[in-house]
Design a protein around this ligand. Sequence first.
Ligand code: SF4
Length: 346
Amino acid sequence: MPRNAGRPVLAALPVEELAVLLSPLPGYRAKQLFSWIHRGAGTFDDMTDLPLPLRAELSERFALYPGEVAAELRDPDGTVKLRITLDDGYCVEAVLLTDGEGRRTACLSTQAGCPMGCIFCKTGALGFRRNLDSAEIGSQFFRLKGIAGDIANIVFMGMGEPLLNLQELRRAAAVLTGGESMGFSPRRITVSTCGIVAGIRDLGENGPRFRLALSLTTADEKLRRRLLPAADPLPAVKEALRQYQEQTGQRITLEAVLLGGVNTRPKDADALADFAAGLNVAVNLIPWNPVEGLGFEGRPLREPDAGEIARLELWLGKLGLNVTRRFRKGRSIGGACGQLGGTPTG
Ligand code: SF4
């Protein structure tokens, strides 16, 4: 049972478990609370259809969310980043992104730190602290919903490798997608992995049928070993993706974080096209977002220049791939891809 300063946490529980916890209150109170949490209520006092004495009693006995929001940072482009300090002092970050048409996406974290050590990622540089529990994962969504109102999509692309914490991720997603909830469709949830074969297989066999994105970065295996040292070998990853596609019928996104002078060569385009052959994929190019102190084999990493990006995009297009480029969002608040890393303590 997740706790906040000793009090049981209510957010991200299924309504039946809420009812048990709130006993002897009648069952309809659990449904009211559940509904408020799913609308993004920030405190018990926001729950205006509950009597005042009951709100006071609930505040004494329970907490709505685990941890505390230590910072709410806003970029002029509309991106919002929450830094949440958990009960044990570790930090995680969650980001709200808004696209050109006003659609909002919640980017959520699944681990405090990350064990994968991808060399271009701030979270990877922190090392691994621990897996988040389902309440810590789901609560990021509810807190962002309190800010955003409607959220169209969820991406598990924040801190951590989601497929190394699949059990808690499933529990969190079950509360978001379940019948009593707002019924968020798993098809609007994307899980991004750097290539954990056992996790992809598990997801394919046991669901839910999330959309899948592979943080490929390069399909040149030798280079990939140096950039994403803990990811599984590409032939096994490709076979797991092929199976996932067979099981779900879904298109898979191949994400390529572009590092200036490192993975933007013609041979990177060729390798990517070879990897994509036989799969139904879209390629998403993500120009690297600067993180101070990150380097590759003795040299600081640098952003790709406009010419490098355009050339790679052109080569990939000529090779028959469907390519999009990710817009840069949230850079001024360290909320862009690869920049998350609330400093863990303890
Ligand atoms: S890119 Fe993802 S998997 Fe790799 S270190 Fe960063 S958070 Fe972990």
